[in-house]
Design a protein. Structure first.
Length: 251
């Protein structure tokens, strides 16, 4: 654990955009929807040169120098389907003679310049082109590379995730701040996955616990300690021993 970390580390979700000011900017390609796997995590890929889109037996991203090759597990995509070719400060979309064609913002094209926010359709897959955008760290973000909850399409959030990685394996108390629905429990599960702890993650919705039962639920009770306590029980703190205890809505 880093020596300069305080006893309690705080991560506020939603602050990444403010922290990313002044970062390098450039072109990014996002795979936002994959045919056959609409629930699969999206991916983010930095464009440093040409990008080729084609069919593969599984989804994968490969780099050879500045060239990016994206293989999509999509039966409607040709083996060599389309390319994003550098042009000035941006890129042009070029169809490579694909069988089912290439779409730009819903219209079929053979070759066309790409604008920031352009939607590219190949087969049943959808990609998003952003230029200029913050580049964040010089690495791609793909499903499986990080625990669920740490994979982000926003490069500027990478700095926040790096702070979280540093504290995950420690015994610190981590405070996750954010409005309801921002994914605090998802992030807590990612912290647990990174921690290497063998115990389980125990998530507790403190807001749903009656005031009179909070202590017994967290720390356990003996038989007969209160009305309805027919047997002794370990508390949730004990259940999380060796793992991670996530106290939600504790405020």
């Amino acid at each position: 654990m880093a020596e300069d970390l305080e006893a309690t580390a705080t991560l506020t979700k939603g602050a990444g955009e403010r922290e990313g000011e002044g970062e390098a900017r450039g072109a990014m390609l996002y795979v936002v929807l994959r045919a056959g796997r609409p629930s699969a995590g999206a991916s983010r890929h930095r464009l440093t040169g040409e990008a080729r889109l084609g069919r593969g037996s599984r989804f994968r991203a490969e780099r050879e120098g500045d060239r990016l090759s994206l293989k999509l597990a999509d039966a409607a995509v040709s083996s060599a389907h389309a390319a994003l070719v550098p042009s000035g400060a941006g890129h042009r979309l070029v169809d490579l003679g694909s069988k089912n064609g290439t779409e730009l913002d819903g219209a079929r094209v053979t070759e066309a310049p790409l604008h920031d926010g352009a939607l590219i359709g190949v087969g049943g897959s959808l990609l998003l082109y952003r230029n200029p955008t913050r580049l964040g760290e010089d690495r791609d973000s793909v499903e499986g590379a990080e625990p669920r909850g740490l994979l982000t399409l926003v490069p500027s959030l990478e700095a926040s995730w790096d702070k979280l990685r540093r504290v995950a394996a420690s015994t610190q108390t981590v405070v996750l701040g954010g409005e309801s629905g921002t994914g605090k429990e998802v992030t807590a599960r990612a912290i647990h996955a990174l921690s290497g702890r063998r115990g389980r993650l125990v998530a507790v919705n403190c807001g749903a616990l009656p005031d009179s039962l909070i202590e017994s639920q967290l720390f356990g009770h003996e038989r007969g300690a209160f009305s309805g306590a027919d047997e002794a029980r370990d508390g949730l703190v004990q259940a999380a021993d060796g793992g991670t205890l996530f106290l939600d809505e504790i405020g």
